[in-house]
Design a protein around this ligand. Structure first.
Ligand code: IVH
Length: 688
């Protein structure tokens, strides 16, 4: 008989003992509940390490009994081997889009039309955020997730089932006690939180990969991957907001539909409001817009839906959108203004960045007078010049950027922008690397020196409190500090000369400088401000090499042997440490008394013969506690399980053993007394 993986009631295997299956089911239910509490409810009940322990136990049982692995197991969220292409899925109901309204007048007109057509004086609406991600359909059969697809053209989308499985807030199975429908299709939005998006972009930039323009592109690029193992590493989240189809009667209102979704285990919008009047809707729109910058994710408006299904059905739909719902967008975060002048700023690593100085303009409540143009290629691609009219964009907390040029018929334009040959700050020659231009002045360039010092002193680096932008600028401008090492030669009389310093603040700064001399390797490495070496790469290097000397001696081949280090990072490291002026500064820093804490390298001891062996304990031990016994095994490289399986190497039997003893006997697993166990640990026979 072919096994039906989607039917939890079908017997997966005849030979697995039922106690084991019970344990497996309980573990899965327990992990699922904690996933739900953590990812959907945002209210975890156990520590990460307790969770890891449950997860490890489940993995061990499944590894020993692959025939017991079901597609809804929490272990099945890791992604699957890459596909050649994403398959196509026809949606059983068209996935409609929404009409967008922008002005309060349009919204009032919408309300009047609804009331007129329903011949009513009052209609309830549900208002919820309009998430800025990508819309997907999830299909469940008998409570199990079987298929997921993107919206595509509304009729046919892409099959992203394996990718969706990796998203922790997507339930792989629905809460059984809630009696989910036999067949259920749900719609929702997959998106990325803003902080996760920034962290992802930082990781990608550190690795030399191309970054994403905004969280929506990042979510879409991450979900529509042929290799779902990549999706599994991306921090995607999902919120559900519609039942598209189900067996049985649909809930009578949208509000109850959301509640049903929540009861089945889906994440639903936490911000939502049942509105009795269109004024309530307006208020929700206003309040949500005020909250917009504080929300951890991007939204671009609210969605307003007629609450009662009966009314929705009476109102019907147009070809592509329902007549009972609409998107009430927020004021655009793009505005039009003029570029006064394009200038070039010099960053701490010497990168020249074109910056547009703008005629000040208010974008989404904030006045903007400058915007980054990233690099020369981007200026060329957007073809922006001094005096041009442009659209300025502010997306969440991202620095304002020029979205595009607005051509004005008949305008007389300035000459195209070109990068300078010489650094606008120090006059050194400018070198080019791909799309990027650099000032070659290094620490002789005051702009680079200031940036390098600010970075060196920052919290995540040397953490020198009191050494901020203003102080750094004065130290450099007055010639008191010419490189990083000069900081440690600063005397009280130098500091007292600076604006804003008196006796006490000078003492505090000197103390902070002194304290910074004790520093862990990863922070020191990060503090040096080597191009491409952010915090993550710095900590990787520290863990891999343990000492600064070892990193300085590594060549590009050795560096690239590390998983996340590619040609760009390794070239940047090698050239940094080859540069004589950098070596001089490093020597002087060490002479000044900087003490770098070496990072402990993972011990590569000769393996104990018990390494890799799996132990199960049953019954009470006399001389050892269970914890001590387990940690003994783990120290020797073995593992401890709570269940006996074919993979178990030994079962250690104490007083009043449980059912594990019988299980071990049945499987013919070697048994040990506590004394035998201790002997084995101390003097393992060489045959093990
Ligand atoms: S309801 C029939 N609710 O906005 C109702 N859509 O064009 C269809 N969206 O493609 C959608 N948040 O991806 C709905 N709370 C929400 C939403 C939402 C975001 C997206 C959806 C759709 C687009 C509207």
């Amino acid at each position: 008989m072919q096994q039906n993986l989607f039917d939890p009631k079908s017997a997966p295997s005849a030979d697995a003992p039922s106690a084991l299956k019970d344990r497996l089911d309980r573990l899965k239910a327990e992990i699922r509940r904690h996933d739900y509490l953590y990812y959907v409810k945002d209210r975890p009940e156990i520590s990460d390490s307790d969770y890891d322990q449950l997860f490890r136990e489940l993995l061990e049982i499944e590894q020993a009994h692959p025939e017991l692995v079901t597609p809804d197991s929490p272990t099945q969220r890791v992604g699957a081997p890459p596909l050649d292409e994403l398959g196509k899925v026809s949606h059983e109901q068209p996935m409609l889009s929404l009409d967008s309204l922008i002005t309060p007048q349009e919204v009032l007109a919408f309300d009047q039309r609804i009331k007129r057509e329903l011949r009513l004086d009052q209609v309830d609406y549900v208002a919820e955020p309009k998430f800025d991600g990508l819309s997907v359909e999830l299909v469940y059969e008998r409570g199990l997730f079987v298929r997921g697809s993107t919206r595509g053209d509304g009729m046919v989308g892409e099959d992203v089932t394996v990718n969706l499985r990796t998203i922790r807030s997507v339930p792989l199975s629905l809460l059984a006690d809630s009696h989910p429908p036999v067949h259920l299709a749900v719609r929702g939005e997959v998106y990325m939180r803003r902080d996760d998006f920034h962290a992802l972009n930082r990781r990608m930039a550190e690795r030399g990969d191309e970054t994403f323009a905004n969280p929506r592109n990042a979510a879409s690029g991450s979900l529509r991957q042929l290799d779902s193992r990549i999706t599994a590493e991306r921090p995607l989240v999902m919120t559900c907001y519609e039942v598209m189809a189900m067996t049985g009667a649909l809930p009578p209102s949208h509000w109850e539909e959301l509640e049903a979704l929540a009861a089945w285990g889906f994440p639903i919008p936490t911000l939502r409001r049942l509105c009795q009047t269109i004024e309530d809707v307006m208020a929700f729109h206003h309040e949500t817009e005020q909250l917009r910058d504080e929300l951890p994710y991007e939204i671009d408006g609210i969605v307003v839906k007629v609450n009662l299904r009966e009314f929705q059905n009476r109102l019907g739909m147009k070809s592509r959108s329902p007549r009972w719902a609409m998107a009430y967008k927020f004021a655009p975060r793009k505005e039009i203004t003029k570029i006064h002048k394009i200038i070039v700023s010099v960053g701490r690593t010497g990168t020249l960045t074109p910056l547009a100085l703008l005629n000040p303009v208010e974008v989404g409540g904030v006045t903007i007078s400058r915007a980054t143009l990233h690099n020369a290629d981007e200026v060329a691609r957007k073809d922006v010049r001094d005096g041009d009219t442009v659209k300025v964009e502010r997306a969440g907390d991202v620095i304002p950027a020029i979205a595009e040029r607005v051509p004005i018929p008949g305008e007389l334009r300035a000459a195209p922008f070109t990068m300078p040959d010489h650094c606008p700050v120090c006059g050194s020659t400018v070198a080019r690397e791909g799309a990027y231009y650099y000032c070659t002045g290094h620490a002789t360039c005051p702009a680079q020196l200031k940036g390098a010092l600010e970075h060196f002193a920052s919290k995540a680096a040397m953490n020198i409190e009191g050494l901020g932008k203003k102080t750094v600028a004065q130290l450099v401008d007055r010639g008191l500090v010419r490189d990083l090492a000069d900081l440690y030669d600063l005397k009280r009389e130098h500091i007292l000369k600076l604006d804003g310093f008196a006796d006490r603040s000078a003492t505090l700064l000197l103390e902070a400088i002194e304290r910074s001399k004790h520093v862990p390797l990863d922070r020191f490495l990060y503090a040096l401000g080597i191009r491409q070496v952010g915090r993550h790469i710095a900590s990787l290097l520290a863990k891999e090499f343990g000492s600064l000397q070892a990193i300085m001696q590594a060549d590009t081949a050795r560096l690239q042997a590390i998983k996340e280090i590619g040609p760009e990072i390794s070239a940047s490291l090698v050239s940094y440490f080859q540069e004589p002026s950098n070596r001089r500064v490093l020597d002087r820093l060490l002479q000044a008394g900087i003490l770098i804490e070496q990072t402990a390298l993972p011990q590569k001891k000769a393996a104990h013969p018990l390494a890799g062996k799996n132990f199960v304990f049953t019954g009470g031990l006399e001389t050892l506690s269970r914890e001590d016994a387990s940690s003994l095994v783990e120290q020797l490289g073995g593992t401890v399980s709570s269940t006996v399986s074919a993979k178990t190497s030994f079962v250690v039997v104490g007083a009043n053993p449980g059912s594990k003893l019988a299980q071990a006997k049945k499987l013919g697993i070697p048994l040990l007394t506590e004394q035998e166990f201790l002997k084995l640990v101390e003097h393992p026979p060489s045959s093990y």
